[in-house]
Design a protein around this ligand. Structure first.
Ligand code: HEM
Length: 190
């Protein structure tokens, strides 16, 4: 296949992939930062921003899963070995799972601690469980652990994508970042 005719992800897939990624890149450090803050109005404000981002990730994850189940993604780059394909599929499946599990654990924790989320200050999100401080503490640990797992898988995923682009020099990253396509096509012209 010529470099210019790479099979691409649809615009919807690209939008959902990068919106979820941007929100996670913003919500994760905010979560770490606000956790150790003393209880002030600022902390409560950051809690709200973090929860709004989490609810948005959850909503986008639902749309993303529906989109994924109803649309076939492009074939993986040719030249990948069997184990690389299997590893990529497993990591993608785990990432799908985590973009549900991370916000869901936060939502459950927020419900257990009795701090209802009002999405962007407008839409009240129903609590999923009754108030229970002890269970809330346990859910905090679950939420933190899932977040560190998400970070580890996202880092591995990003390193693999960059490795494909800069070392294997295949089209894996180009399909997810169409801007790179024109650059690479220009660069490969004599
Ligand atoms: C929170 C961050 C991220 C999450 C949750 C995430 C999740 C995913 C998932 C689930 C897929 C599979 C899509 C499908 O075919 O159904 C995917 C594909 C992809 N992602 Fe990410 N991603 C994230 C960040 C990144 C970053 C930072 C990069 C690049 C540096 C990247 C590059 C790619 C590429 C190139 C593909 C296509 C792989 C292929 O077609 O084989 N992703 N991502």
């Amino acid at each position: 296949m010529k470099r210019g005719d790479v099979q691409a992800y649809t615009r919807t897939s690209l939008f959902l992939h990068w919106m979820v990624a941007i929100l996670i890149f913003a919500a994760f450090p905010l979560g770490v930062y606000m956790h150790d803050m003393p209880l002030t109005p600022d902390k409560l404000r950051y809690f709200s921003y973090h929860k709004w981002m989490g609810v948005t990730v959850f909503a986008l994850a639902v749309i993303r899963l529906i989109w994924r189940l109803t649309h076939t993604p492009p074939e993986m780059a040719s030249g990948l070995s069997r184990w690389e394909r299997t590893a990529a599929r497993c990591v993608h499946a785990i990432l799908y799972l985590l973009i549900f599990a991370v916000p869901l654990s936060g939502w459950l924790m927020s419900s257990a601690t009795g701090l209802q989320t009002v999405w962007f200050g407008v839409l009240p999100i129903p609590d999923l469980i009754d108030r229970d401080r002890e269970f809330g503490d346990f859910l905090l640990v679950v939420h933190q652990t899932l977040n560190w797992a998400l970070l580890a898988f996202v880092l591995g995923h990003a390193v693999a994508a960059l490795n494909h682009h800069f070392f294997a020099r295949d089209e894996t990253l180009v399909r997810m970042v169409p801007l790179l396509r024109s650059r690479r096509t220009r660069a490969s012209k004599p």
